[in-house]
Design a protein around this ligand. Structure first.
Ligand code: ATP
Ligand code: F6P
Length: 461
């Protein structure tokens, strides 16, 4: 059965045209949009003109970007053309839905050219400008990503930073920002100083509004996201799936240990503040749980604000709820096989698929983007879906990831990748990991070999 997404239903193709001076987070925003849409099964790709330019000029000094440098202009125009050619192939040959043209696109002439191409190819253009006059942010960005860019291989960071500032000045000389008065017919979003202010003009389709809402929620403050499954439950001990069981004795041990584990990671991060006089810790963290007993019991010794989300409840196993995998194989052999063949799409009778879970998790992801330090205590399938978003794990792999019990996962989102750390509680637990083609649960829960995704970062550019 074909899988329809919001965009396919409307049969719309969107070209997001980034606009802004260098070091304004355009690539950061582009990559986040691509990750978000891909997670929602909307085919999206970013075309970074800098990468195309590097094929001809890999170590440019600031003068290369001077608007009077004929050679530079030629190479830059060719790079933009090459990127657009590939972008059109993505739309026409690969059924692409959202493409992002990630370049400065700072002049009206360049934007007119792109507009014309979009019109000729029945593609909706949507401009996304990142405007920032906060020099501290810009300097941080230069230090964060520009000095280590392939443009400055073997260049000392201070020299690279100075050259990059000069590059920005070259662009500033010809920069024509988007203005509501003069661009009222264009579909555009303008982010000012990250998200201090947002100007939205002529957003017309559902998919455009999703993208706008998403980028409005992004922030760049450092923070960590902590993920944990609930402690081992009585159902886990019996090998049963679903249900609303209590924790086992070892599950309670994990719950009691969790506050210290969290305290330690916050301390390492330098985030913990002094205790209040009354012994309460200052708030550095919010804990999100599902509405099921096992996650709430796991959170019960934590002294941080807590929020319950129905959307964090475990994947609904429908008719199979409360059964072991062996029982499912006996009772519903065809279903058992189908699920192994396509675990992401398989929907339990009267229950859910991984795809269904991703859809209901969208508000969670949106809120996570807005928030700072959050600890999420949830369930195996839900955690796989959240993890897949942060780590860009493909759909066919995500339902098979090993996420063991009694392990705290720390995610540190950085500019172009997410760092991961696993902290084990050292409290034994049964394995709940079922490999493809068997109804037996694994011997060892902590299957390091199987969980490559847990130890690698999301692809950086
Ligand atoms: P260039 O034109 O040179 O390719 P760029 O605009 O694509 O530059 P990025 O490479 O994306 O800039 O810069 C990444 C940095 O921008 C990160 O440090 C990130 O924290 C920061 N950043 C992300 N979003 C914004 C924003 N809206 N405004 C300013 N900085 C941002
Ligand atoms: O740093 C600016 C940059 O990202 C370069 O790497 C790249 O060559 C250029 O922007 C692409 O934008 P434009 O085509 O507008 O020059």
């Amino acid at each position: 059965m074909p899988v329809y997404t919001v965009s396919h239903v409307q049969n719309i193709r969107i070209c997001v045209v980034m606009v802004g001076l260098p070091a304004r987070g355009k690539s950061f925003i582009s990559q986040k949009i691509v990750r978000y849409l891909s997670w929602l099964s909307i085919k999206a790709r970013s075309f970074n003109v800098g990468n195309y330019r590097r094929r001809q000029q890999s170590h440019p000094s600031a003068d290369f970007f001077d608007s009077h440098n004929e050679d530079g202009l030629k190479i830059r125009a060719e790079a933009a053309r090459d990127a657009v050619v590939d972008m059109m192939k993505f739309f026409n040959e690969e059924d692409g839905v959202v493409a992002i043209l990630d370049a400065t696109n700072t002049t009206k002439a360049r934007r007119e050219w792109i507009l014309e191409l979009c019109r000729e190819n029945s593609i909706e253009p949507m401009f996304l400008e990142s405007w920032c006059d906060d020099e501290k942010i810009v300097m941080n960005n230069i230090r964060d990503v520009k000095v280590s860019s392939p443009d400055y291989v073997d260049t000392d960071p201070d020299t690279a930073a100075m050259d990059f500032q000069k590059r920005i000045e070259k662009y500033r000389e010809i920069y024509e920002p988007l203005e509501v008065d003069t661009n009222k017919d264009l579909t555009f979003v303008k982010l000012i100083n990250v998200n201090e202010q947002v100007i939205i003009n002529k957003i017309e389709t559902y998919l455009e509004s999703r993208i706008v809402y998403y980028v409005m929620n992004l922030h760049i403050k450092p923070r960590s996201i902590y993920l944990s499954r609930h402690g081992e439950s009585m159902y886990n001990l019996e090998g049963k799936i679903g249900g609303d069981a209590d924790l086992s004795e070892r599950g309670w041990q994990y719950a009691r240990k969790l506050p210290n584990m969290i305290k330690n990671v916050l301390r390492i991060n330098g985030e913990e503040e002094e205790d209040d006089d009354d012994g309460d810790e200052d708030v550095q963290l919010t804990v999100w749980t599902s509405t099921l007993k096992r996650t709430q019991q796991t959170a019960s010794f934590l002294r941080y604000p807590k929020l319950q989300w129905k959307a964090l409840d475990e994947l609904d196993a429908g008719a199979c709820d409360g059964l072991t995998y062996e029982e499912i194989e006996k009772k519903f052999p065809q279903d058992f096989k189908e699920r192994d063949e396509n675990k992401y799409e398989y929907r339990y009778r009267g229950g859910e698929s991984y795809r269904d879970v991703v859809i209901r998790l969208e508000p969670i992801i949106m809120e996570l983007e807005r928030q700072e330090n959050i600890l999420i205590i949830t369930h195996q399938a839900v955690l796989r879906c959240i993890y897949a978003y942060f780590m860009n794990v493909p759909q066919e792999e995500s339902p098979w990831m090993s996420i063991p019990l009694h392990t705290l996962i720390k995610l540190d989102p950085r500019a172009f990748k997410t760092m991961v750390e696993r902290i084990k509680a050292d409290i034994p637990a049964v394995s709940t990991y079922k490999e493809k083609g068997t109804s037996q649960l694994g011997e060892i829960e902590d299957a390091n070999n199987k969980s490559k995704n847990l130890i690698t970062g999301a692809p950086s550019r």
